[in-house]
Design a protein around this ligand. Sequence first.
Ligand code: AMP
Ligand code: GLY
Length: 421
Amino acid sequence: MRILIVGSGGREHALSWAIAGSPLADQVFCAPGNAGIAEDAECVAVAADDTLGLIQFCKKAAIDFVVVGPEAPLVAGLVDVLEAEGIAAFGPSAAAAALEASKGFMKDLCAREGIPTAAYRRFSDAAAARAYIAAHGAPIVVKADGLAAGKGVVVAATVAEAEAAVAAALSDGRFGQAGAAIVVEEYLQGEEASFFALVDGENALPLASAQDYKRLLDGDTGPNTGGMGASSPIAAMTEALAGEVMERMILPTARAMARDGRPFRGILYAGLMLTAEGPKLLEYNVRFGDPECQVLMMRLKSDLLPALLACRDGILREVDLRWYDETALCVVMAARGYPDAPVRGGDINGLDAAASDPDVKIFHAGTKRNDGRLVADGGRVLGITALGRGRDEARARAYRAVDRIDWPDGFCRRDIGLSHV
Ligand code: AMP
Ligand code: GLY
C-alpha cells in the first residue's frame, strides 16, 4: 500500500515511523512533514490545509490510504473530500469532528446521554454569562466554543478573571468566530488523564492510557502549552477505570453520534479529570494527542496500519492490539520563547549520539534542514522518547538522551513523569 500521512508535528513523525515499519506499507509519504519525518517517509511540499493540493498529490502518487494527524483539516472536512474522491482516509468526517470543534456540541451530547462531565451553560451573550458566573462564584472555567489552538480555556481563580475571559471571547473577539460562543463550567479537581480509543462508527477499541504535561514549567506551573511531555501507561488508569470510561463515555458517545447521523470513525481522545466522584470528561479531541501519540507508538507492539484500515472500514471488531508492558516517556524540547515567540533557526547537533540507545527514539516536531544543517523550525521542536522498565528507568533514559543534545536555544521540563497531584 501507498500511504500518505497529513501533518508536520511530533505526532505525525510517530505515525510515520510506526506505519513505515508495517509490512503492508510499500511507500509512506508525509505532507508536509519535517526534517525528522524525512528519515521515515518521503516528505511532499503540500500544506495540511491545502485540500486541493492533497487530492492532486494522492491521485498523482496513487495513494491507497490517507491518515490525517491534526484536528484543523479534519474539522475542515478533509476526510469527507478525500472519500468523495474515492480515496480511503482515516479520521472523522467534519460532522463527527464537531466533538472537538464545538465544546457546546460536545457538552450537550454529554448532557443528553448522561455522560459524566462538569456542569455547564452555553452563552453568546456576555451579560448572561456574567450573571451565571456571579451566581456560581470562582473557581470557574470559561471556554471558547471552537478551536483556539489550546488557548481558549481559562481556569479562573476569581470572578474578575472569569469576567475578563468572557469579555476577551464575547466582546473583544480574541478568538474570532471560535470565541463567538462560550461554555462556562464547573471547576473540577483531580488528576488528569488522556484516554484513547479507536472508534469505527459502532465498535470501539481502547488503546493505552497516557498522561500529558500541559504546563510550560516544572512543578506544573506556567501557561498551558500543547504539551511538554507525556508518559504511558499511568498508574491511576486501572483496568476497571478504563472499562468505566469505555462504558460510560466512549461507547455512549459512539452510539449517539451514529444515531444522530454523524457516525464517528477515527481516534476519540477523551481528556479526563479523575475526580473523587469518578472520571469526568473535560473534552473530546478527534485525533491522537501530541505528544501522547509518541509514547503510544513507542509502546505499541502490533502493527498500527491494519488497525487504522479496519477502523476506516468499520471492521474494528477483528482487531486486537498488543502493547509492551514497559513505560514510555516523552520529553519535549521547545525553542526558547515558546509558546509566545519561539526562536527559530538555531543549530541542533548531537542527535545521533542521543538516539544511539536502542530504547530511545527522537521524534521531530519542528525541524528543517538548512544547507544540510538541522535547525529548529517551530515552538515544540523535538520529542525525546524512551522506553524503560518502569517510570524511573524511562525517565533516566530520556533525560540522558536530552543531555546529549547540543541545542543552545532549546529547553525542556525536568519533571516529566513525576506526579504533581
Ligand atoms: P481543555 O482544552 O478543555 O482540555 O482544557 C485545557 C485544560 O484546562 C485541561 O487540560 C485542564 O487542565 C483545564 N480544565 C479544563 N476544564 C476544566 C474544568 N472543568 N475544571 C478544571 N480544569 C479544567
Ligand atoms: N497533548 C494535548 C493535545 O494533543 O491536545
